[in-house]
Design a protein around this ligand. Sequence first.
Ligand SMILES: [Ca+2]
Ligand SMILES: [Ca+2]
Length: 404
Amino acid sequence: MRNHLFLFLPFLYCLSLGQAAVDYQLSRVYEKIDAPKPISIVVMPDGSGKELLVLQGGKILTLPKDRSSSESEIFLDLSGMNMIEKAFEEGLLGLVFHPNFKKNKKFYLYYTLQNPKRSRLVERRMSKKDPTKPDGKYERLLLELPQPFWNHNSGNPVFGPDNFLYLSTGDGGKANDPLDHSQNTFALYGKILRIDVDSRTGDLPYGIPKDNPFVGEPGCRAEIWALGLRNPWGIHWDHASNTLFCADVGQNQREEINIIQKGGNYGWSFREGTVKFALKHREPPADLIFVDPVFEYDRTLGLSVSGGIVYRGKNLPTLRDHYLFGDWGTGNFWALKYSKEKVVDVKKLNWSHAGDPVGETKEPGIPAKITKGSFKPVNFCYEATGELLVLDWNGAIYEVTEKR
Ligand SMILES: [Ca+2]
Ligand SMILES: [Ca+2]
C-alpha cells in the first residue's frame, strides 16, 4: 500500500496567504424548528427536493420549504426505540437512500440499541400504499454489532459510485482500543465495511462484492474494505472525484482526514495520525504499512474532527471543490482540496456569527473551552440546491455566505 505524502504542516495554511482574507458568515436558518443534536441533512433523491433532518434522538423531520416556518413534518420517529443510554455518541447515527431509490423506495439507517448495547444497519422502505411516507413496520436487519462500550459506534452509511454500501464502524469504545479491534481482521470494528445490499452471499443478508480486498483470505472478514480506524463517524463518498473521505477522531494526539483506499490500514491503535500511540507499549510488525492521513491537526487546534462534504455549489466560490470539515470541540473549520492523489490546498477558515469569530482557540496548546453557546460543528451538508448547511450539535442549522 503506497503511503500518501505526509502533509502535516500546521502552517500549510500559508498556502492561502496570498489571497485576500475571506470571512465566512454563518446565519441561522430554520430557527423555529426544534433540532436537538442534529446529525445530518439528507435530500430525498426523488426529485421532490425534500430535505430531511436526522436527529440523534431518533426522529427524522422533513424541513419546511419556508425556512422561517415553525412547521416541520415528522418523516420517521424512532425515538421510542431505546437507542440511547448516553446521548453523546449513541442514537440514530446515519441515513442514506438507495442509489436506485426512485424505483425501489429503499433507504438505510444506522443506529444503536440498548440492553444489550449494539449497533444496527437496517434496510427500510417507503409505504406501498403511500410512497411519500415510510413504511413504519418494515425493517430488514443487515448487520448487528454488539457494542462493548457506549462510545465509538461510528456512523453514517454511504453509497459509492459502485452502488455498494460503505459503513464506518468504530473500535467499540472506551479508550486505548482495549479489545484490539481495529487491527483485527476477524472483527468488524474499527473498519470501513463494503457490502452489496442488493444481493446475498451464503446465509448473509447482503452480498460480499467479489473484489473486496480480504475475500478468500483466511482469518479475515470479507466485508472489510479498510482497517485501522478508531472512530470514523464522518465518511463521505465524493462521486465526482471518485474519492472516499474519512475523518477519524483521535484519542489524545491527532485528528485525521484520510482518503480511503482498498485494503488500506490507517494505523490505529499502533498510531494516531502519523505519531506513535505509545499507551499500547507495542511495536507494529515490521511488514505492516500504514496509510498516512492526508491532513492531521493536533490538540492546539481541536479534539474531535467532524467530517463533511466536498462543496460543489455556487454561492461560495472560494470553497468550491474543497472538502469541508471542522472540529467538534473547538469550532475550528477547514477546507481542503484533494486532486490527482494529493492535497493541493488547505485553508483554515475564518467563520463568524453575528459579528463574532467562531472557533477561536484562546491559548496555544490548550483547546478552547467548550462554553455554552460555542459551536459544535457536527456535520456539513448539502441542501437541495447543492449549497452548504452547517449543523451545530447544540441544535442549530446555519447557512453560509462569504465576504471578501
Ligand atoms: Ca461502542
Ligand atoms: Ca490513522
